[in-house]
Design a protein. Sequence first.
Length: 356
Amino acid sequence: MRSAKDFFTPLAVGAPTPVREVPARPSRMIHFFDPSNEKMAAKVPAMVGVSDVLLGNLEDAVVADKKEAARAGSVKIAKEVDFGEHTQLWTRVNALDSPWVLDDLTTLVTEVGDKLDVIMVPKVRGPEDIHYVDRILAQLEAKGGVQRPIMIHAILETARGMANVEEIAGASPRMQGISLGPADLAADRRMKTTRVGGGHPGYLVRQDPTKGADGSPDYRGQRTVFQQDLWHYTIARMVDACAMHGIFPFYGPFGDIKDTVACEDQFRNAFLLGCVGARSLHPVQIEIAKRVFSPSAEDVAHARRVKEAMPDGAGAVMIDGKMEDDASRKQCMVILELAERLSANDPELAELYAKA
Protein backbone atom coordinates (compact mmCIF):
# COMPACT_ATOMS: atom_id res chain seq x y z
CA MET A 1 0.00 0.00 0.00
CA ARG A 2 1.30 3.44 -0.93
CA SER A 3 1.04 6.19 1.66
CA ALA A 4 -0.95 9.26 0.64
CA LYS A 5 1.99 11.38 1.84
CA ASP A 6 4.16 9.89 -0.91
CA PHE A 7 1.69 10.32 -3.74
CA PHE A 8 3.19 13.64 -4.85
CA THR A 9 6.82 12.59 -4.43
CA PRO A 10 8.77 12.17 -7.69
CA LEU A 11 9.17 8.51 -8.66
CA ALA A 12 12.78 9.01 -9.73
CA VAL A 13 15.65 11.08 -8.38
CA GLY A 14 15.86 14.25 -10.45
CA ALA A 15 12.36 13.97 -11.93
CA PRO A 16 10.07 17.03 -11.69
CA THR A 17 7.61 17.26 -8.81
CA PRO A 18 4.16 15.85 -9.73
CA VAL A 19 1.35 18.35 -10.21
CA ARG A 20 -1.40 18.69 -7.60
CA GLU A 21 -3.95 20.06 -10.04
CA VAL A 22 -4.29 19.22 -13.72
CA PRO A 23 -3.69 22.27 -15.94
CA ALA A 24 -7.12 23.32 -17.24
CA ARG A 25 -6.10 24.26 -20.77
CA PRO A 26 -8.67 24.35 -23.60
CA SER A 27 -8.80 20.91 -25.21
CA ARG A 28 -11.98 20.97 -27.25
CA MET A 29 -10.45 18.79 -29.91
CA ILE A 30 -7.50 16.40 -29.96
CA HIS A 31 -6.60 16.39 -33.64
CA PHE A 32 -4.69 13.32 -34.82
CA PHE A 33 -2.01 13.35 -37.49
CA ASP A 34 0.37 10.69 -38.81
CA PRO A 35 3.99 11.88 -38.38
CA SER A 36 5.18 9.31 -40.94
CA ASN A 37 3.02 10.92 -43.63
CA GLU A 38 5.07 13.77 -45.07
CA LYS A 39 2.07 15.58 -46.60
CA MET A 40 0.19 15.42 -43.31
CA ALA A 41 3.25 16.43 -41.28
CA ALA A 42 3.82 19.43 -43.54
CA LYS A 43 0.38 20.78 -42.60
CA VAL A 44 1.10 20.77 -38.85
CA PRO A 45 2.52 24.34 -38.62
CA ALA A 46 -0.65 25.70 -40.22
CA MET A 47 -2.77 23.82 -37.66
CA VAL A 48 -1.08 25.56 -34.72
CA GLY A 49 -3.56 28.01 -33.24
CA VAL A 50 -6.41 26.33 -35.12
CA SER A 51 -6.55 23.18 -33.01
CA ASP A 52 -6.37 23.16 -29.21
CA VAL A 53 -4.40 19.89 -29.28
CA LEU A 54 -2.30 18.37 -32.05
CA LEU A 55 -1.44 14.72 -31.49
CA GLY A 56 1.24 12.75 -33.32
CA ASN A 57 -0.18 9.25 -33.63
CA LEU A 58 2.27 6.34 -33.43
CA GLU A 59 -0.27 3.56 -32.84
CA ASP A 60 -3.06 1.85 -34.82
CA ALA A 61 -3.20 4.10 -37.87
CA VAL A 62 0.53 3.57 -38.51
CA VAL A 63 1.51 0.28 -40.17
CA ALA A 64 4.35 -1.77 -38.64
CA ASP A 65 7.00 -0.82 -41.19
CA LYS A 66 6.27 2.88 -40.63
CA LYS A 67 6.55 2.86 -36.82
CA GLU A 68 10.13 4.10 -36.69
CA ALA A 69 9.43 6.77 -39.32
CA ALA A 70 6.43 7.98 -37.31
CA ARG A 71 8.54 8.17 -34.14
CA ALA A 72 11.30 10.08 -35.94
CA GLY A 73 8.70 12.35 -37.54
CA SER A 74 7.25 13.17 -34.15
CA VAL A 75 10.66 14.20 -32.84
CA LYS A 76 11.33 16.31 -35.93
CA ILE A 77 8.00 18.12 -35.68
CA ALA A 78 8.42 18.75 -31.95
CA LYS A 79 11.87 20.26 -32.52
CA GLU A 80 11.02 22.38 -35.56
CA VAL A 81 7.49 23.65 -34.93
CA ASP A 82 6.66 26.44 -32.49
CA PHE A 83 3.35 25.43 -30.91
CA GLY A 84 2.95 28.73 -29.08
CA GLU A 85 0.81 29.24 -25.99
CA HIS A 86 -2.54 28.07 -27.31
CA THR A 87 -1.86 24.68 -28.95
CA GLN A 88 -0.72 21.64 -27.00
CA LEU A 89 1.47 18.87 -28.43
CA TRP A 90 0.47 15.34 -27.51
CA THR A 91 1.52 11.93 -28.77
CA ARG A 92 -0.16 8.55 -28.70
CA VAL A 93 2.41 5.82 -28.12
CA ASN A 94 1.98 2.20 -29.09
CA ALA A 95 0.21 -0.28 -26.82
CA LEU A 96 2.09 -1.36 -23.69
CA ASP A 97 2.34 -4.96 -24.93
CA SER A 98 3.80 -3.92 -28.31
CA PRO A 99 7.48 -4.15 -29.33
CA TRP A 100 7.63 -0.40 -30.04
CA VAL A 101 6.39 1.32 -26.89
CA LEU A 102 9.67 1.37 -24.94
CA ASP A 103 11.48 3.02 -27.84
CA ASP A 104 8.56 5.44 -28.24
CA LEU A 105 8.81 6.59 -24.64
CA THR A 106 12.60 6.59 -24.44
CA THR A 107 13.06 8.56 -27.65
CA LEU A 108 10.29 11.10 -27.19
CA VAL A 109 10.88 11.94 -23.54
CA THR A 110 14.67 12.22 -23.69
CA GLU A 111 14.74 14.13 -27.00
CA VAL A 112 11.64 16.36 -26.90
CA GLY A 113 10.18 15.86 -23.42
CA ASP A 114 10.02 19.59 -22.72
CA LYS A 115 7.81 20.09 -25.80
CA LEU A 116 5.38 17.27 -24.97
CA ASP A 117 2.34 18.14 -22.87
CA VAL A 118 0.62 14.75 -22.73
CA ILE A 119 1.30 11.13 -23.66
CA MET A 120 -1.80 9.19 -24.64
CA VAL A 121 -1.71 5.53 -23.64
CA PRO A 122 -3.95 3.14 -25.60
CA LYS A 123 -5.85 0.10 -24.34
CA VAL A 124 -5.38 0.82 -20.64
CA ARG A 125 -6.73 -2.13 -18.65
CA GLY A 126 -6.14 -1.10 -15.06
CA PRO A 127 -4.18 1.18 -12.72
CA GLU A 128 -1.12 -1.08 -13.08
CA ASP A 129 -0.70 0.16 -16.67
CA ILE A 130 -0.63 3.76 -15.48
CA HIS A 131 1.81 2.91 -12.65
CA TYR A 132 4.14 1.34 -15.21
CA VAL A 133 4.14 4.38 -17.50
CA ASP A 134 4.33 6.74 -14.51
CA ARG A 135 7.58 5.21 -13.24
CA ILE A 136 9.20 5.05 -16.69
CA LEU A 137 8.31 8.67 -17.42
CA ALA A 138 9.88 9.81 -14.14
CA GLN A 139 13.11 7.95 -14.92
CA LEU A 140 13.25 9.33 -18.45
CA GLU A 141 12.41 12.88 -17.33
CA ALA A 142 15.30 12.71 -14.87
CA LYS A 143 17.62 11.36 -17.56
CA GLY A 144 16.56 13.98 -20.10
CA GLY A 145 16.45 16.91 -17.70
CA VAL A 146 12.75 17.55 -18.36
CA GLN A 147 11.61 20.43 -16.16
CA ARG A 148 7.87 19.76 -15.91
CA PRO A 149 6.03 16.45 -15.60
CA ILE A 150 4.52 15.02 -18.77
CA MET A 151 0.87 14.15 -18.21
CA ILE A 152 -0.85 10.86 -19.08
CA HIS A 153 -4.10 10.42 -20.96
CA ALA A 154 -5.69 6.95 -20.96
CA ILE A 155 -7.95 5.55 -23.68
CA LEU A 156 -10.89 3.45 -22.54
CA GLU A 157 -10.75 0.59 -25.07
CA THR A 158 -11.23 -2.63 -23.10
CA ALA A 159 -13.95 -4.13 -20.94
CA ARG A 160 -11.43 -4.53 -18.13
CA GLY A 161 -10.48 -0.88 -18.45
CA MET A 162 -14.13 0.05 -18.23
CA ALA A 163 -14.56 -2.07 -15.10
CA ASN A 164 -11.49 -0.35 -13.58
CA VAL A 165 -12.15 3.18 -14.82
CA GLU A 166 -12.31 4.75 -11.33
CA GLU A 167 -8.97 3.20 -10.33
CA ILE A 168 -7.40 4.27 -13.63
CA ALA A 169 -8.57 7.86 -13.18
CA GLY A 170 -6.89 8.05 -9.75
CA ALA A 171 -3.79 5.99 -10.51
CA SER A 172 -1.28 8.87 -10.72
CA PRO A 173 -0.95 12.65 -10.30
CA ARG A 174 0.05 12.58 -13.97
CA MET A 175 -3.45 11.63 -15.10
CA GLN A 176 -4.75 14.36 -17.41
CA GLY A 177 -7.88 12.63 -18.63
CA ILE A 178 -9.58 9.66 -20.23
CA SER A 179 -11.20 9.35 -23.64
CA LEU A 180 -13.53 6.80 -25.18
CA GLY A 181 -12.08 4.34 -27.69
CA PRO A 182 -15.33 3.04 -29.20
CA ALA A 183 -14.04 0.69 -31.91
CA ASP A 184 -11.65 -1.33 -29.76
CA LEU A 185 -14.05 -1.28 -26.81
CA ALA A 186 -16.88 -2.54 -29.01
CA ALA A 187 -14.71 -5.42 -30.23
CA ASP A 188 -13.52 -6.30 -26.72
CA ARG A 189 -17.09 -6.29 -25.42
CA ARG A 190 -18.22 -8.31 -28.46
CA MET A 191 -20.73 -5.62 -29.37
CA LYS A 192 -22.36 -6.23 -32.77
CA THR A 193 -21.50 -2.95 -34.45
CA THR A 194 -18.80 -2.06 -36.97
CA ARG A 195 -19.21 1.71 -36.58
CA VAL A 196 -16.55 3.92 -35.01
CA GLY A 197 -18.53 5.86 -32.43
CA GLY A 198 -22.00 7.23 -32.89
CA GLY A 199 -25.35 5.50 -32.65
CA HIS A 200 -26.77 2.49 -34.46
CA PRO A 201 -30.23 2.20 -36.10
CA GLY A 202 -30.69 -1.24 -34.56
CA TYR A 203 -30.28 0.05 -31.00
CA LEU A 204 -33.73 1.53 -30.43
CA VAL A 205 -36.98 1.66 -28.53
CA ARG A 206 -40.33 1.48 -30.29
CA GLN A 207 -43.58 3.22 -29.49
CA ASP A 208 -46.25 1.00 -27.94
CA PRO A 209 -48.83 -0.28 -30.44
CA THR A 210 -51.93 1.82 -30.93
CA LYS A 211 -55.35 0.28 -30.53
CA GLY A 212 -57.29 -0.99 -33.51
CA ALA A 213 -60.95 -0.49 -34.30
CA ASP A 214 -61.91 -3.31 -31.95
CA GLY A 215 -59.89 -1.86 -29.09
CA SER A 216 -57.15 -4.50 -29.21
CA PRO A 217 -53.48 -3.60 -29.82
CA ASP A 218 -52.61 -3.12 -33.50
CA TYR A 219 -49.22 -4.78 -33.62
CA ARG A 220 -48.88 -4.28 -37.37
CA GLY A 221 -49.71 -0.59 -37.31
CA GLN A 222 -47.14 2.15 -37.81
CA ARG A 223 -45.11 2.84 -34.65
CA THR A 224 -42.51 5.56 -34.11
CA VAL A 225 -38.93 4.40 -33.54
CA PHE A 226 -36.40 6.24 -31.35
CA GLN A 227 -32.74 5.47 -31.94
CA GLN A 228 -30.73 5.15 -28.73
CA ASP A 229 -27.10 5.94 -27.85
CA LEU A 230 -24.88 2.85 -27.54
CA TRP A 231 -22.31 4.81 -25.55
CA HIS A 232 -24.42 6.67 -23.00
CA TYR A 233 -23.60 4.39 -20.04
CA THR A 234 -19.90 4.25 -20.88
CA ILE A 235 -19.50 8.01 -21.25
CA ALA A 236 -21.53 8.78 -18.12
CA ARG A 237 -19.46 6.40 -16.01
CA MET A 238 -16.21 7.74 -17.47
CA VAL A 239 -17.32 11.32 -16.71
CA ASP A 240 -18.08 10.40 -13.09
CA ALA A 241 -14.68 8.74 -12.66
CA CYS A 242 -12.88 11.76 -14.10
CA ALA A 243 -14.89 14.25 -12.04
CA MET A 244 -14.18 12.30 -8.86
CA HIS A 245 -10.42 12.56 -9.46
CA GLY A 246 -10.25 16.07 -10.94
CA ILE A 247 -9.24 15.03 -14.46
CA PHE A 248 -10.90 15.57 -17.84
CA PRO A 249 -13.23 13.27 -19.84
CA PHE A 250 -13.26 13.24 -23.63
CA TYR A 251 -15.43 11.67 -26.28
CA GLY A 252 -13.58 9.49 -28.78
CA PRO A 253 -13.46 9.67 -32.57
CA PHE A 254 -16.49 9.79 -34.86
CA GLY A 255 -15.62 7.64 -37.86
CA ASP A 256 -18.11 8.80 -40.50
CA ILE A 257 -16.30 11.93 -41.64
CA LYS A 258 -18.99 12.96 -44.15
CA ASP A 259 -21.85 12.75 -41.63
CA THR A 260 -21.14 16.08 -39.97
CA VAL A 261 -24.70 16.33 -38.62
CA ALA A 262 -24.48 13.09 -36.62
CA CYS A 263 -20.94 13.97 -35.54
CA GLU A 264 -22.15 17.27 -34.12
CA ASP A 265 -25.03 15.53 -32.36
CA GLN A 266 -22.71 12.96 -30.77
CA PHE A 267 -20.19 15.61 -29.70
CA ARG A 268 -22.99 17.70 -28.18
CA ASN A 269 -24.35 14.72 -26.24
CA ALA A 270 -20.87 14.19 -24.80
CA PHE A 271 -20.53 17.91 -23.97
CA LEU A 272 -23.86 17.97 -22.15
CA LEU A 273 -22.84 14.89 -20.16
CA GLY A 274 -19.62 16.58 -19.00
CA CYS A 275 -16.94 15.90 -21.62
CA VAL A 276 -14.55 18.77 -22.39
CA GLY A 277 -13.61 17.70 -25.92
CA ALA A 278 -13.35 14.93 -28.49
CA ARG A 279 -10.78 13.29 -30.73
CA SER A 280 -10.96 14.63 -34.30
CA LEU A 281 -9.89 12.68 -37.37
CA HIS A 282 -10.41 15.31 -40.09
CA PRO A 283 -10.13 19.12 -40.16
CA VAL A 284 -13.90 19.44 -40.63
CA GLN A 285 -14.36 17.92 -37.17
CA ILE A 286 -12.11 20.56 -35.61
CA GLU A 287 -14.66 23.26 -36.36
CA ILE A 288 -17.49 21.06 -35.11
CA ALA A 289 -15.69 20.40 -31.82
CA LYS A 290 -14.74 24.07 -31.45
CA ARG A 291 -18.38 25.04 -31.80
CA VAL A 292 -19.94 22.26 -29.73
CA PHE A 293 -17.53 22.21 -26.78
CA SER A 294 -17.81 25.98 -26.27
CA PRO A 295 -20.84 27.29 -24.33
CA SER A 296 -23.34 29.21 -26.43
CA ALA A 297 -23.63 32.98 -26.00
CA GLU A 298 -27.19 32.45 -24.74
CA ASP A 299 -26.01 30.06 -22.02
CA VAL A 300 -23.26 32.46 -20.96
CA ALA A 301 -25.70 35.37 -20.81
CA HIS A 302 -28.15 33.36 -18.69
CA ALA A 303 -25.38 32.16 -16.37
CA ARG A 304 -24.31 35.78 -15.81
CA ARG A 305 -27.85 36.81 -14.92
CA VAL A 306 -28.11 34.04 -12.35
CA LYS A 307 -24.73 34.91 -10.84
CA GLU A 308 -25.64 38.59 -10.62
CA ALA A 309 -29.01 37.80 -9.05
CA MET A 310 -27.43 35.46 -6.49
CA PRO A 311 -23.91 36.82 -5.77
CA ASP A 312 -23.51 34.78 -2.59
CA GLY A 313 -25.57 31.75 -3.71
CA ALA A 314 -28.10 32.20 -0.91
CA GLY A 315 -31.86 31.91 -1.28
CA ALA A 316 -33.79 31.52 -4.51
CA VAL A 317 -34.84 33.87 -7.31
CA MET A 318 -37.20 33.76 -10.30
CA ILE A 319 -35.63 34.48 -13.71
CA ASP A 320 -37.77 34.26 -16.86
CA GLY A 321 -40.39 32.36 -14.91
CA LYS A 322 -37.96 29.70 -13.66
CA MET A 323 -36.78 29.13 -10.12
CA GLU A 324 -33.01 29.46 -9.64
CA ASP A 325 -31.25 28.49 -6.42
CA ASP A 326 -27.77 27.62 -5.17
CA ALA A 327 -27.64 24.43 -7.24
CA SER A 328 -28.61 26.44 -10.34
CA ARG A 329 -25.87 28.94 -9.55
CA LYS A 330 -23.29 26.16 -9.32
CA GLN A 331 -24.33 24.92 -12.76
CA CYS A 332 -24.01 28.45 -14.10
CA MET A 333 -20.55 28.83 -12.61
CA VAL A 334 -19.43 25.78 -14.60
CA ILE A 335 -20.51 27.56 -17.79
CA LEU A 336 -18.88 30.87 -16.81
CA GLU A 337 -15.57 29.28 -15.79
CA LEU A 338 -15.39 27.39 -19.09
CA ALA A 339 -16.27 30.51 -21.06
CA GLU A 340 -13.55 32.49 -19.29
CA ARG A 341 -10.95 29.77 -19.92
CA LEU A 342 -11.82 29.50 -23.62
CA SER A 343 -11.98 33.28 -24.10
CA ALA A 344 -8.37 33.60 -22.95
CA ASN A 345 -7.28 31.54 -25.98
CA ASP A 346 -9.95 32.42 -28.55
CA PRO A 347 -10.44 36.12 -29.44
CA GLU A 348 -13.61 35.36 -31.45
CA LEU A 349 -15.22 33.66 -28.46
CA ALA A 350 -14.08 36.46 -26.17
CA GLU A 351 -15.85 38.99 -28.41
CA LEU A 352 -18.96 36.81 -28.64
CA TYR A 353 -19.21 36.36 -24.89
CA ALA A 354 -18.53 40.04 -24.23
CA LYS A 355 -21.63 40.90 -26.26
CA ALA A 356 -23.77 38.23 -24.59
